[in-house]
Design a binder for this molecule. Structure first.
Ligand SMILES: Nc1ncnc2c1ncn2[C@@H]1O[C@H](COP(=O)(O)OP(=O)(O)OP(=O)(O)O)[C@@H](O)[C@H]1O
Ligand SMILES: [Mg+2]
Length: 314
């Protein structure tokens, strides 16, 4: 296992949105503080948006940890491909509210009563919907109705919609202007700068138990930044496979050539590595595109079958 070779206790670049590994850049810290502040002050409706793979779900998981420590009531919906009936079913189930009726008005009334009870007990109730860019207009319209649950002074339900930049675009549509006007706070995640990429890699390695001499050479880190465009999910992918390949070659610190080979294997060298000035839209398209995902999938399956991976997994 490469863990022994590099002196690590666990896998540092797991693709799970594990909040333990959260690296706080200034921007991420701002987003997290914004979310906490918005919920604490019962702002009502907050959005969290950012490019694919920039840490929204990881941030939401950290937020959920924080909320659980404060005994807040939370409902976390991550399957955003639902219709409005399912939305209410999910919300009631997540909050553990018993309701025999399938009628929406009955369900809404139950929810309202329950929220008032929570409010009187001094409890905060938060609904978080991830992947919210997939929500349909009818469901977004229902969410608007949920923002109307309030006392004369405060919102009873705090709602966080987290999603890719398409969510922002969707919320700009004229038919959703009522919902848009209710957004009290907008938080964002962004790709990492080169310096942040360096710190991100060092931090994840540290949490995984790395100590002593660097594992990646500075040039290798630069190369990772060039191919990943500072997107944490792609950084993880490059780092993980570079660790495997470097272990096979018994190389430490890891040199840029290893990173380049991984980037080539995942065809990251076939997409424009540097974002055009002023345009982050292209980054999203690149990493969101069917072709990219298909290439990634194929490269992953090739990797799984490769002798080096068999060696590593033993
Ligand atoms: N600030 C961060 N600190 C530590 N790890 C991070 C950070 N941001 C992202 N990651 C890692 O990058 C990967 C992708 O993050 P995550 O799934 O949270 O992104 P996302 O914005 O929700 O992506 P998507 O738009 O595809 O849902 C995960 O493995 C996560 O651990
Ligand atoms: Mg996500």
């Amino acid at each position: 296992m490469y863990k022994n070779f590099f002196g690590l206790k666990e896998n540092p670049f797991n693709v799970n949105p594990d909040p333990r590994f959260l690296y706080l850049t200034k921007q991420i810290e701002e987003a997290l503080t914004g979310l906490m502040y918005g919920i604490q002050t019962r702002k009502g409706f907050i959005t969290l948006t950012g490019e694919v793979g920039t840490g929204k779900t990881t941030l939401v998981n950290r937020l959920l940890d924080w909320l659980h420590h404060r005994n807040a009531r939370t409902a976390f919906l991550f399957n955003s491909r639902m219709n409005s009936n399912q939305l209410f079913d999910f919300i009631l189930a997540e909050f553990d509210i018993a309701c025999d009726s399938k009628s929406k008005s009955q369900q809404l009334m139950k929810l309202n009563h329950w929220l008032l009870d929570r409010y009187r007990a001094g409890e905060t109730v938060v609904l978080i919907i991830d992947e919210a860019q997939n929500l349909t207009y009818p469901v977004l319209e229902e969410i608007r109705l949920l923002t109307n649950l309030e006392t004369s002074t405060e919102k009873l339900l705090q709602i966080v919609l987290s999603g890719q930049p398409e969510l922002e675009e969707k919320l700009k549509l004229p038919q959703l202007r009522q919902l848009r006007q209710r957004i009290m706070l907008r938080c964002r995640t962004t790709p990492l700068s080169q310096e942040q990429t360096q710190e991100y890699i060092t931090e994840r390695l540290r949490i995984a138990g790395a100590a002593g001499a660097p594992i990646f050479s500075p040039k290798a880190v630069e190369t990772i930044h060039v191919y990943s465009l500072g997107i944490p999910r792609v950084i993880n992918l490059l780092c993980e496979h570079s660790l495997v390949n470097a272990f096979v070659e018994q190389q430490r610190p890891i040199q840029p050539k290893i990173v380049e080979e991984v980037a080539h294997e995942f065809q990251l060298d076939e997409v424009e590595p540097i974002a055009p000035p002023g345009g982050s839209k292209v980054d999203t398209d690149v990493y969101n595109s069917e072709v990219f995902l298909q290439n990634l999938g194929e490269a992953l399956s090739r990797f799984r079958l490769s002798p080096s991976s068999t060696r590593e997994r033993k």
